[in-house]
Design a protein around this ligand. Sequence first.
Ligand code: NDP
Length: 512
Amino acid sequence: MPLSEELDSVSGTTAGTVDRHGTAGTFESTNPATGAVVGVFPVHDADAVRETVEQARAAAERWAALGFAERRLRLAAFRGYLARRVHELADLVHRENGKPHDDAILEITLAIDHLAWAAAHAPRTLGPRRVRPGLLAANQAAYLEYQPLGVVGVIGPWNYPVFTPMGSIAYALAAGNAVVFKPSEFTPAVGAWLAAAWRAAVPDVADAFQLVTGYGETGAALCRAGVGKLAFTGSAATGRKVMATCAETLTPVLMELGGKDAMIVDDDADVVAAADAAVWGAMSNAGQTCIGIERVYATSAVYDRFVSEVTRRVGDLDPGSHERATYGPMTMASQTDVVRRHVADAVAAGGTLAAGGTVDGGYVAPTVLLDVPESSAAVREETFGPTLTITRVADAEEGLTRANASSMGLGGSVFSGSTARAMDLARRMRSGMTAINSVLTFASVPALPFGGVGESGFGRIHGEDGLREFSRAKAITRQRFPLPVDLLSFSRPAAAFDALARVTGLLHGRHR
Ligand code: NDP
């Protein structure tokens, strides 16, 4: 029986463990295209969340004790399990989130690739190593290693219900932690599927990855449940609440928040390629992408051509829930209100609507707004819909200044014919990640860290930084032989410090 059917058959529970816990009722997740119920899930209360974290804590000790090689085998089994069921999981993502099946496959494939990278690179990134002790501790052997935190709490959004939480889950597990995952109330079935897949693929340490479901209060309970770190992905508004709750227990946090990513199109850019990338970067997944392109700054030299390429391509898009749909409905119906408000504000402020601007049920037409004042909500706030503002700028430098004048800084893109120029702009873009002559590609490179600056959050998932994010550095020194003069002892001779001052003067004093 496919895993999703097994899950359906245990409606009212999720991953097979959660029915042991106390709940405060149930809630439904529904298909945003049809309204059909996808699953019924428990609302876990604070006691249930604490009990789950305690079970995970016991499993965390066993999981950590396995060591890198044994964990890698089990993470490979998890990866294999997911890879053999890509279509089944993609179908569930399509039903619960609304995105086309093909987009779901892309998302799942990326998550599997990250899982493989994290497992393979954990030993070298985190494992014990010797470091140079330096002159003052020449008699010491110095060791550095990165130890797991215990249980990591992961709170995730609904827009990429596999890829986004797996960015934390995969790296936290590979670093030797257990994970308790609270998926968004809009995509609990996908979360339950992932947790059940883990239990099936890794039965001997099944409790190392557990699930709790519910609303914001369940997430807040996870913050208070004694986890070693809370990895949050979601909006800045909720991120503030999560930080405040975690502050009660000094629980460290990782914040992956929203973006208002910009693309700069330079004088010598390949305009056709830039337009194609901008449309996909802005409209795919119905624009519900944290690193989606929301603003374009095109230089005067290319602006007219770029606008005409974008509007032509947008005309070919076909939102819906049918087989060949280019994107689906808004996952969260209330998001259409935000899109409407931003479009109305942009037009009222003097912007021009070049395409779209309409909402039909849960579907937002692909929308292009031209030369919207920078003070408008459509430029300042995250829209999270299939919309794009295009603004004429004198040159790429002005584009960069405008791109950087945002409280958020997650990703971004530069299209330019000159590698040197593009690299310079990319380095100076105030964002955690920038793609040159493409969009979003940094997310598909497992070795690259993923995360933002400013109101886009802090901390990193993916890459070596992502592995270290879920570990604590442990320093150990071992005395190899005693020094004739021990400076860290009350028996030290007073003259030793004159000698020390002289040596320090010789070594460092010549630097001015
Ligand atoms: P929200 O901030 O609304 O919710 C995120 C998660 O937090 C959900 O699981 C939610 O549960 C939970 N939550 C809500 N209230 C609380 C609380 N008080 N304490 C603890 N947890 C709580 O974000 P969305 O789900 O709407 O996701 C969209 C946002 O995520 C966008 O801003 C997007 O840019 C951002 N995002 C960022 C990414 C990144 O890597 N930087 C990647 C993907 C998305 P519930 O749903 O049950 O209310």
